[in-house]
Design a protein around this ligand. Sequence first.
Ligand code: F6P
Length: 321
Amino acid sequence: MKKIAVLASGGDAPGMNAAIRAVTRAARFHGASVWGVWDGYSGLVDHRIEELTSRGVAGIIQRGGCIIGAGRSRAFFEEACRIECVDYLRSEGIEGLVVIGGNGSLQGAAELQELGVPTVVIPGSIDNDIPGTEICIGVDTAINTAVEAIDRIRETASALQRAMIVEVMGRHSGYIAIMSGIATGAEMIITPERPVELDEVFKQMRLGGEHGKRHFIIVLAEGASWSATELARQVEDAPNPYDARYTVLGYIQRGGSPSRFDRILATRMGVAAAEALLDGRSGVLMAWRHNQCEALPLDELPPLSDPWDGSLEHIHRITAT
Ligand code: F6P
């Protein structure tokens, strides 16, 4: 292979730039040229590609966002459109593609692979909702950002004896909520995977009050049964020991300079993806397993495991006392 392309699709995730840099430099090291596709699959639809050089990707390892844009393309959902994209790639002499992105991006990549474009996926999504890989690029940074914010919120909660509901991102995944909740010693963590009744929330708050807790922090995943606003209203309307306030952390979790972990993960995955493609391996996900990068066939990915597995149950016992 002498010419490959790279695109980032879905929501951006801190570390995507580091991955683009690694793909570019590794492929160029092996004698191939690399083309960046603008704005995810949209750039394939409307033919926006640009050559990435080693100097062109300099100074981006520490930058959040995505230098070639990311995003979702409605048009790409149509098979006819995907076929046109394949024709376009062929007309440009592009022989392989690296897709950096989350769940939706992975599906798009599998479809391109099916249509004959050798494709390799790098998991990049703060939601950590891609099966087969223990962690995706961006997750560590997003959790660090959430932890820093929750630590601050806890200080003011304690001073005023409040219940603070902090909504974190994750779409249908509770991963950021669980990990940031554990790291901040939150009193409750509510996720889509493990719904709780309102009565249970009130009961835990009563216990918190009885145990002399000056604050009650609830980390709420955005995909859970209520939004932060709804839950705060319910807490205010019921006789609870705390006044309630809420904060929605939102997009600050996606922005910002990637953590050291994400930079290294993205670099290792980027190099592995480029080398896999140039070695003739495609239709694979670069998965992080047991502290190393493994290429897993896209059609054999194991189901996504529940992030709140049995090994984490003891955390409940700590927070409840
Ligand atoms: O997938 C990443 C993510 O940030 C989710 O956590 C969130 O639900 C979604 O993207 C928000 O998407 P958008 O940028 O389209 O509002």
